[in-house]
Design a protein around this ligand. Structure first.
Ligand code: HEM
Length: 244
């Protein structure tokens, strides 16, 4: 009877672990999609601050008049926040489960490797979250200009405050670029391991060939995102993008 209860408990625990991993993989896939779209949008800065603003404006006009102005954007924001909460909750649950698991059940070497990886994902995730709060305050919530060389007037286009100009002014400061580059390294590592573990969860790494493919895709996604996001700030710092 006691053995049966134990086995039942173990099966439920394993099911919960798989469910949490599926939750992480599906919300992670949504983030990969969002990040790729955002990265593409940011490249509009090469067409000037006005083109950048127009792109942001189009996002607000999406599905109008089916939805009100900014309606789609708000629905997507709510979806992202819910996905972020689910992603963090599943990560926390898996983390506390892994901590309470008996380490002698695994080979010492692979357990140490796995522990180092999950530690990196955890701290990388926390770093990213901290940076994301800074990022949202800087460009969305408060639109903070750290660059004293640009007056409020200089950040306007056709009499309106321009987010594109704020981006240009911000990345003329080396320390802002540095903060973003550090965040991008954390993002790249998080994406690489995230895509790889997601592929494992979904059973896409069962043969040597599919493992190799998943590894390549994980590297590719991380590289495209890091390079794609890093290019605009670096180009602005180098004086290649003037904005107006
Ligand atoms: C060099 C890198 C990046 C730049 C220059 C950048 C720039 C911007 C700008 C200008 C906005 C405000 C858009 C607007 O109000 O029209 C924004 C919003 C946002 N960014 Fe980024 N971003 C970068 C990287 C990232 C990354 C890596 C993430 C996610 C991990 C991210 C997530 C967001 C989110 C969630 C918003 C809020 C969008 C909304 O208004 O709902 N950004 N970003």
């Amino acid at each position: 009877m006691a053995t049966q209860t134990l086995l039942k408990g173990e099966t439920t625990a394993r099911r919960t672990t798989v469910f949490m991993k599926v939750l992480m993989a599906s919300t992670g896939a949504l983030f990969v999609f969002y990040v790729l779209m955002h990265m593409y949008g940011n490249l509009k800065i090469f067409a000037g601050a006005k083109a950048f603003d127009e792109y942001a404006e189009h996002l607000r006009e999406m599905l109008v008049p089916i939805l009100p102005y900014s309606g789609f954007l708000w629905l997507f924001r709510v979806l992202l926040v819910v996905a972020l909460l689910v992603h963090a909750y599943a990560a926390f649950t898996l983390w506390s489960r892994a901590n309470s698991a008996r380490p002698q059940r695994y080979a010492v070497k692979s357990a140490a490797k796995g522990a180092a990886r999950s530690k990196m994902m955890r701290w990388g995730g926390i770093t990213l979250l901290t940076w994301l709060i800074f990022h949202l305050v800087q460009f969305t919530i408060a639109k903070v200009n750290f660059n004293g060389a640009f007056s409020a007037e200089a950040l306007k286009i056709d009499g309106h405050a321009s987010t594109g100009m704020l981006v240009v002014a911000s990345f003329k400061l080396w320390w802002v670029v540095l903060i973003y580059l550090i965040a991008l390294v954390a993002l790249g590592m998080h994406l690489f391991h995230g895509v790889w573990s997601g592929a494992q969860t979904l059973g896409w790494t069962n043969s040597a060939r599919s493992r190799k493919l998943a590894h390549t895709v994980a590297h590719l996604v991380a590289a495209v995102v890091v390079i794609g996001f890093a290019v605009p700030p670096l180009a602005i710092l180098a004086g290649l993008v003037t904005g107006k």
